[in-house]
Design a protein around this ligand. Structure first.
Ligand SMILES: Cc1cc2nc3c(=O)[nH]c(=O)nc-3n(C[C@H](O)[C@H](O)[C@H](O)COP(=O)(O)O)c2cc1C
Length: 367
């Protein structure tokens, strides 16, 4: 890694000015309270990873009581949750950092056993994820397809959550459109067989995502609005008949309606979250990068195993590079990369849930 890489050059992002291009990827760590309120430990975690002019994206954050069913994930729909985020955003700002909240609706990737009042999870269509739900140990439940007249209400929940995020001091929001959650369930042909205007054609499957962006941008401004996608992520049974066409169409629509959203964030096809090395693939984000050359594009996925690749991609494309797992175990990741210092290996056993161990106790580099 060389300090002259584009990774260490400034770039404007929304209304913020970044001083480097290394980003904390959104990562669910399940350490909020039972009421989904962020704690002081969560404040410490983000504060440790904040840098002057560096972007942090929070873990996926529930937009409403019915968006979730994930114990100990944070939310942003009650006044207590908004208050709980304020010390986090303040601490990041004191260090000169920039922080976006990732807005999350889980859709079918939960269980009625975990939902408020045991309501059935919702999705684009009544199609279950194949196999067992890790959280409950039983087979994934068949969700209920959202009724056409319920969809505006869900879109409104994203807008209200975005407004709350700004109240809590966030610099912007990243709409979670990736990894098999509700928005992705609408986009992919494998999980959406609706016959109304939100299903069937690619244009119809993209409609929900685009309307969420419309609603959030209308509420907090395009320059504070961002979105994440994973066109090649097979996680949670995501599969699209024509990923290049589908996500190209989405980016074209975003460009025509909201050219100045703060960024588009995409997950690399090589990502292999469960393994210890990157997957072989001939797929590429390049066609999507090509569609977003006027704006900021963040690439994530697999840089944990190949930090040199981060430099190569940043230099070739100008992209910001988001690190996930290696940022969990290296609070000073930016300085380590800038100086070529060695990285601590991440600890899989403490990624989800628990206390300070594996969360805020990784040391900074000491020569
Ligand atoms: C513990 C853990 C939790 C994650 N939670 C989220 C999440 O809440 N939202 C999201 O969009 N991606 C999530 N991801 C994916 C990461 O944002 C990122 O794309 C992935 O870790 C690849 O980067 P890496 O190879 O540097 O780890 C998570 C990944 C990990 C390891």
């Amino acid at each position: 890694m060389t300090a002259s890489s584009k990774l260490f050059q400034p770039i404007k992002l929304g209304s913020a000015q970044l001083k480097h291009r290394i980003v904390l990827a959104p990562m669910t760590r399940l350490r909020a309270t039972a009421d989904h309120v962020p704690t002081d430990l969560i404040r410490e975690h983000y504060e440790q990873r904040a840098t002057d002019g560096g972007l942090l994206i929070t873990e996926a954050t529930l937009i409403s009581p019915f968006a979730g069913g994930t114990p100990l994930a944070p939310g942003i729909y009650t006044p207590e949750q908004v208050e709980g985020w304020k010390p986090v955003t303040d601490a990041v700002h004191v260090k000169g950092g920039v922080i976006y909240s990732q807005l999350w609706h889980i859709g079918r990737a939960t269980s009625s056993a975990l939902m408020p009042n045991n309501v059935k999870p919702v999705s684009a269509s009544a199609i279950a994820i194949k196999g067992a739900n890790m959280a409950t140990g039983s087979d994934h439940e068949v969700p209920r397809a959202l009724e056409l007249d319920e969809i505006p209400q869900v879109i409104e929940e994203y807008a209200v959550a975005a407004k709350n995020a700004i109240k809590a001091g966030f610099d912007g929001v990243e709409i979670h459109g990736a990894n098999g959650y509700l928005i992705d369930q609408f986009i992919n042909s494998s999980s959406n067989v609706r016959t109304d205007k939100y299903g069937g054609s690619m244009e119809n499957r993209a409609r929900f995502a685009l309307e969420v962006v419309d609603a959030v941008a209308a509420t907090i401004g395009s320059e504070k609005t961002a979105i994440r996608f994973s066109p090649f992520g097979g996680f949670q049974d995501m599969n699209d008949d024509s990923p290049y066409q589908t996500w190209s169409y989405i980016l074209e629509q975003l460009y025509s309606k909201h050219p100045n959203i703060s960024y588009v964030h995409m997950v690399e096809p090589r990502l292999n979250l469960l393994g210890e090395e990157n997957a072989e693939t001939s797929d590429s984000l390049d066609p999507f990068r090509g569609k977003w050359q006027h704006g900021v594009f963040i690439s994530a996925g697999g840089y944990t195993y190949a930090p040199k690749l981060a430099e190569d991609v940043a230099d070739a494309t100008g992209n910001l590079i988001a690190f996930g797992r290696s940022f969990t175990s290296n609070p000073d990741l930016v300085e380590r990369l800038r100086n070529g210092w060695p990285l601590n290996k991440y600890d899989r056993s403490t990624l989800y849930g628990g206390g300070a161990q594996g969360y805020t106790d990784f040391p900074v580099y000491a020569p």
